[in-house]
Design a binder for this molecule. Structure first.
Ligand code: ATP
Ligand code: MG
Length: 190
């Protein structure tokens, strides 16, 4: 059965969405679950990548695309070696996300972490929206720079309609449905 062989394959869970939409929050819950179930999982979070792999890059379209292509390159290397990879990056441009999807192929699983701009701005987890609206930060995604929502993500999560735990549970279910994880019924415990 084709799905059975997928249990041994790597995959890239790619979380895209506005700042404050909930990518890192969901990714951290999913990471714990994958570590329990698979043993190995690697996380590439935009905030951390920008301090090392992409240090020095800014927020022009070209630099944003370079950042995403670098993350995609590393994710692809890991994925093809059987690793479960989680990427959390705003990744605002569809064209470059689709390029990463083509590079990684079937094992690319795109999760659109969606919340209305107003909700993200009210959460203002990092205090960045305040600065974006006042103009102190230029080219801020969703405020003064584009965000292109995915046309056909594997999963669309609306984080203003459910709790992070529920969002994470749906990501795990999707991986089970796609054949990357053995279904475990008692996921809801704890
Ligand atoms: N269903 C949900 N999923 C994720 N986060 C949620 C959800 N509901 C509410 N939240 C809250 O939304 C905020 C999301 O912040 P988080 O840092 O995860 O965003 P992010 O997408 O990683 O942003 P950035 O791109 O700036 O890193 C948190 O305060 C979280 O508690
Ligand atoms: Mg984050």
């Amino acid at each position: 059965m084709e799905n059975r062989t997928k249990l041994d394959r790597g995959f890239t869970l790619w979380f895209t969405g506005l700042s404050g939409a909930g990518k890192t929050t969901i990714a951290e819950i999913v990471e714990r679950e994958l570590r329990d179930r698979l043993g190995t999982v690697e996380v590439l979070d935009g905030d951390i990548v920008r301090t090392n792999l992409s240090k020095g890059l800014g927020f022009s379209r070209e630099d944003r695309d370079t950042n995403i292509l670098r993350i995609g390159f590393v994710a692809n290397l890991l994925t093809r070696n059987g690793v479960a990879v989680i990427v959390s990056a705003i990744s605002p441009y569809e064209e470059v996300r689709d390029q990463v999807r083509r590079d990684i192929g079937d094992d690319f699983v795109e999760i659109f972490v969606d919340a209305p701009l107003q909700v993200c701005a009210e959460r203002d987890v990092k205090g960045l929206y305040k600065k974006a609206f006042s103009g102190e930060i230029p080219a801020f995604t969703g405020v003064s720079d584009p965000y292109e929502p995915p046309a056909a993500p594997e999963l669309h999560i609306k984080t203003n309609e459910e709790e992070p735990q529920e969002s994470a549970r749906r990501v795990i279910s999707k991986l089970e449905e796609l054949g990357y994880l053995e279904p475990v019924k008692q996921y809801d415990r704890a």
